[in-house]
Design a protein. Sequence first.
Length: 469
Amino acid sequence: MKKYNLMQLSEAELLSQKELVRLYAKHINPGIGIFLRVLGFDEYKIVKAEGMYIYTECGKKILDFSGGMSVLNHGHNHPRILEARRRFNQNKRLEICKAFISGYQSVLAKNLAEIFPGDLQYSFFCNSGAEANEGALKIALLFHRPHRDKIIYTDIGYHGKTFAAMSVSGLISRPYKELFKSMDGCLEVPYGDIGALRRLIRDRESSGQNDIACMILEPIKGDLVITPPKGYLQELSTLCEKNGIILIADEIFTGFGKTGKMFGFEHEGIVPDIVTFSKSLGGGKASIAGYIVKPRIFEKTYGSLKNCTIHTTTFGGMGEECASAIEALNIINDEDLVENARLQGEYLLAKMKTLKAKYPRYIREVRGIGLLCIFELYNTSEVFGKGFFKNIPHIDDFLLGLIPAAIVSELFKKHNILLYTGGREDNLFISPALIITPEEIDIFIEALDKVLNGNMLRLIMELANNLIF
């Protein structure tokens, strides 16, 4: 039998940073490797992460204000989640087997039914947000089969990069839709425009096409931090109910306390027919996602013996993943993290507004709800003029993102703070864990103040130089 030259786990833990970068570029994605190099993220080997902080081999202590793009609501390596996983493994619990009922999966589903409002009751577990949205669309279409097969989505929504999820995503997925054929029967409406939705439904009904099965949207647009006009979600929910359209709320980004309420749709007091979730459910330690659905939909689709296995997945609801999620939900409840998100979010947004007033040259707008906040910046050509980079080839493609990228890089290299740019190139996305304190917010604001007050032109030129060379 052939023996392979495989690296050991111990070698993965002891690799030098230079070798890590080489292997990443050779075997994963050289383009992303270049991006990380430009920002300076490739220079440091991470050896530990705990709470709000990441620790490097050379002794840097980095304040993580990215929150893992809403994955790390509990911070890094919460001790209670580590203990839950240790106990699961020490007792050699059954991880996966389709022949027996899992107590972990059953309790997690029961707890979710307790947390979600109204009669949302039946849960399905999978591995990613895109997969959860695929499953939600399937059950909605099956419910209306064969008479209704159209899906309404919004122009700024993002629901994943699998085919159906991509097909019902808006602006951010346009480049992918040019490369891959989208699924048929997907109808786009502007987010926040109830009149456009009403006209679309009316026009299809008046032409004899009562064929809309469902509508999917992010109640609050997570990575852009866009909230709808007041009353929009209530009117949308009423309109869908009146016309028999199943309403799917994508809470993957905003769920489990991030907006200062347990779920984003609760800001307007509606109860969708199906809700998808992921990201922070696993407490930053487990890859788990899913959807929860009302009984009237589930019982008609998967509720019978004949149909109960129509939609399944190999790794959905694995024991350790569910145990982690059970503990994650209890931590949110016990430590009152939703209320902390609301309070600290208000404090953070107020501080951000002071920076906007102080630096109107760079900051176009600030938005925030709970601990989802964003700085929308002016792009480089707006600040320094369109002809500034005319002698540097190919730099125009990067103009939108140079200022935020320079800020992110400087915050990391000089102030030991980690931040991302979010869903658009001209944004600074702020999404810290729900365990954040006022003192840590002050550290971040003071550091950002120093960066904005410094030599921005020098930072941009350094970044542009890294992009070219």
